[in-house]
Design a protein around this ligand. Structure first.
Ligand SMILES: Nc1ncnc2c1ncn2[C@@H]1O[C@H](COP(=O)(O)OP(=O)(O)OP(=O)(O)O)[C@@H](O)[C@H]1O
Ligand SMILES: [Mg+2]
Length: 389
């Protein structure tokens, strides 16, 4: 219960401070002089209600009761949202990935920009959501933009927005994601697919914390926490002059690289079980042991996303609650083409060596070619031949 007149200080100013530090707080204003105008201001600032003095105890009692009920409902709503979030939690038992998740949880609490790397389908978006959920900005939904989904000029319009009348045809103001994400988190997905000019503009936002929507007279201050992600090797892109070094060094304070599924085979049975449970809500459905062994050997180039859709397919076609290898899509059950065929011993050895060195060089093609003492052109041909691109 907060009075409007507090001697030297204004109740409205204190209300703003309270709600800034405790956004969930329920505040009822008490107005002594019947000032309706100030009461309206208070409600606009976020007060739950107001009561006029002299206070009628019945009325106060009623007001406190409704405010408490509202508070409980809001709390329940937050908990339910939290449970919803848990259903899409990251599943892993891989020690490397678990320690990465531990770091991500801690980084969530900081304000540092985070760069998430990993092949397609490894769970980069899921991880970005978890970092946001662990942050002090989790009361606002995370804003997400896929930089690969827009042409250069459309992307800039999506990022920065424009004001009404900024150009012919701009008959509406369009608020960009930078402005929308103010005080929250912005996930810049597929950042490797952004044009160099857009990269320069993003760097300026990160450095100055200001944006200027097209057609706006003044710059706007934006308070953002950036999580960027990409499946591409930014180092390779930098070498080719396609990614700005200064932006990379601005984003690389905290890098989290999710390992591909083939490097954490023990997660395969766990993930299969998780998706069966999610789809059918039943633990009666079993995968045959021999099928499981085959699935563990499969390289999963599309990572968890591919595994998820494969098990969804198998669940749709299997019978009697038993899933056999034949129930999976043929790309998974058919033996891999000749170079990887067990009879092709030399081909296998070459493929394994290239794959290992490529991984050890962190998928840097220039370095891999140097270590293998072959030209980059030959390396490209081999990578393509063995499907390691
Ligand atoms: N470890 C995991 N546990 C549970 N679900 C996962 C896990 N990893 C990924 N998924 C699920 O797999 C799908 C793909 O994940 P996500 O979209 O986060 O991948 P991504 O790395 O962003 O892929 P892309 O690079 O193609 O955008 C999603 O449905 C996600 O919920
Ligand atoms: Mg993604």
């Amino acid at each position: 219960l907060l009075d409007l007149a507090l001697g030297g200080e204004s109740g409205l100013e204190l209300l703003e401070k309270i709600l800034f530090h405790h956004p969930q707080m329920t505040v009822i204003m008490m107005t002594g002089y019947g000032s309706l105008e100030d009461a309206v201001k208070a409600i606009k600032l976020g007060a739950t209600d107001f009561i006029q003095k002299p206070i009628q105890l019945d009325h106060l009692h009623h007001l406190l009761n409704t405010s408490c009920t509202l508070r409980i409902l809001k709390q329940e709503n937050r908990e339910l949202k939290g449970q919803l979030h848990k259903t899409s939690r990251i599943i892993t038992q891989d020690t490397h990935f678990l320690s990465l998740l531990h770091k991500a949880e801690k980084l969530g609490k900081s304000e540092l920009p985070v760069l998430i790397l990993g092949e397609s389908g490894t769970g980069k978006e899921l991880l970005a959501q978890q970092i946001h959920a662990a942050s002090n900005r989790s009361h606002l939904p995370m804003q997400h933009i896929n930089c690969a989904a827009f042409t250069e000029s459309l992307l800039e319009s999506e990022l920065f927005g424009h004001r009404k009348g900024a150009f012919t045809g701009a008959d509406q103001t369009h608020i960009g994601v930078f402005e929308n994400a103010h005080q929250g988190t912005l996930h810049l997905d597929e950042i490797g697919d952004m044009a160099l000019t857009t990269q320069a503009k993003i760097l300026r936002v990160l450095q100055e914390g200001e944006i200027k929507p097209l057609g706006a007279t003044n710059s706007i201050h934006v308070d953002l926490r950036i999580i960027a992600s990409t499946h591409a090797s930014l180092k390779d892109l930098m070498e080719q002059g396609l990614f700005r070094q200064d932006l990379y060094y601005r984003l690389n304070t905290a890098i989290l690289e999710i390992p591909p599924l083939r490097d954490r085979k023990e997660d395969i049975p766990l993930l299969l079980q998780h998706f069966i449970q999610q789809e059918k809500n039943s633990s009666d459905i079993k995968i045959e042991k021999s099928a499981l062994e085959n699935l563990k050997q499969y390289p999963w180039p599309g990572n968890v996303r591919q595994l998820k859709s494969a098990i969804q397919f198998a669940l749709a076609v299997c019978s009697h609650n038993k899933i056999s290898l034949d129930d999976f899509p043929s790309e998974i059950t058919l033996p891999t083409p000749s170079p990887s065929n067990p009879s092709d011993v030399l081909g296998n050895a070459e493929r394994e060596t290239i794959e290992r060195i490529y991984r050890e060089c962190q998928y840097n093609k220039k370095k891999t070619a140097e270590v293998l003492n072959i030209t980059r052109a030959t390396l490209y041909k081999r990578l393509e031949k063995y499907g390691l691109q």
